[in-house]
Design a protein around this ligand. Sequence first.
Ligand code: OOB
Length: 549
Amino acid sequence: MSTPSPSTVDADAPTWPAEFAERYRAAGHWRGETFGAMLRERAAAHPDRIAIVDPAGGPDGGRRAWTYGELDRRADRLAAGLTARGIGRGDRVVVQLPNTAEFFEVVFALFRIGALPVFALPAHRESEIAYFCSFAEAVAYVIPAEHGGYDYRTLAAVVCAKAPTVRHVLVAGRDAGAFESLADLPAEPVTLSEPAPDALAFLQLSGGSTGTPKLIPRTHDDYIYSLRGSNELCGVTEESVYLCVLPAAHNFPLSSPGTLGTLYAGGRVVLCPSPSPDTAFPLIERERVTITGLVPPLALVWTEAATRTAHDLSSLDVLLVGGAKFSEEAARRVAPALGCTLQQVFGMAEGLVNYTRLDDPAETIVTTQGRPISADDEIRIVDDEDQDLPVGTTGHLLTRGPYTIRGYWRAPEHNRRSFTEDGFYRTGDLVRLTESGHLVVEGRAKDQINRGGEKIAAEEVENHLLAHPAVHDANVVAEPDPYLGERTCAYVILRADAEPVKASALKAFVRGRGLAAYKVPDRVVFTDAFPKTGVGKVSKKDLRAAPAA
Ligand code: OOB
């Protein structure tokens, strides 16, 4: 193992005060591990064990499996290639890859260099990607050639025109078009020193409640601690087979315990190209999948499909469900239908993750969202004036701990609002604590829509609507949806002198501005005025309560 270089804590990201860092080290949470060294060690210990199965990643579209030895060699080779292109420590690289083996090759290569992946989702389009590239001053952008019938090379051309810091667009797979294929990068080995364990490992995206998404700086030390803690609570060992169903870049399938937790344990990651039971169930049977994670709408679909499937799902031990509130009725159906243990997970890319325990009473598993990973996760439930509330009362959740960030990346002003002076993160979630110490999510104070686990900042969509010449004002709120839990409703006031516009035209306008499809309002309602609060601000609470037309 190479010697870690001295600490390079990023000046762009607030970090833990020294006394907290010392405490977390002394407690054995932060052990000085890094992702690069972690893969190196697993590959040395069991080079021939399978690390990644990509069911459709072979040259002929067939199954492809990489051992730990192969993933390690590929990461080294790609790290050399990226270094040859001038990508180095601390450089930001926007990674937008689907659930394919290359995702891991790229991410581990960047970890080895000490360059920071910025985890975009395949659903993001030019509005989001150009923003991530510009804001992060990314030097490179990694894409598939095509995925889900969409050509990412076309997107990259638009992004490059808008974000001049991007010097390299790198394409996973063949047909790089005007860009360079990852496979064509030079492969002369280079010697790289391992980044410091307290250095940033990557930037994760926040669900966000403001006009522009924030970037979440995670370190090797803090993230690896959350993986170790997750593995222990979810029973992940080297025998585990984790099916990655949700987009791999999202924090939930990445770390709860997710693909990285599974690789940390020396287990096997199977990548699911689509979340539909038609794709996932045969894979569970064939690969003997033991654990996976889903958002509530998918858990509903799977539960339903499991009752009439011919596939053998008996290998499945644990189904994690989280990202949005899982209703108690739906939760009750999981164990009988899928024959596995349900584990609720209430987490956030900013840090704190809560799990129901595998041996919790069945009632606790179906009625709560779990409790924190770590004894050093500090939880406060407070009123609007930050005063602590008695146990059992619903209030704002504040948290601080060994894997919860102390601030967003390059966002000092926003950080003053999102964190208390003593470093607690304001989650924006309304929760209550049960006598057993479990959290129940009761609602949300942040201006966000949680559309089946996909987070939409109301302000971001409102800004796109306001760009339409006929729109005078717009407010976007959540409304109930039987399948997604919530969907998006845009209330719009048109200009008095504007030509009439149809709801469908407004939706098309928003889509045309190049944002992820899940952010396009599900419903547009025209109105003459918005309900107001006592102080004259728009009352989103009243808008949400407006009857569905
Ligand atoms: C996960 O992470 P993010 O960053 O996409 O979203 C975090 C937010 C939470 O603040 C909360 O509002 C909501 O998503 N949420 C839940 C929930 N899990 C997340 N709300 C109700 N019940 C739940 N079980 O979504 C995430 C990250 C790691 C693990 C799992 C989910």
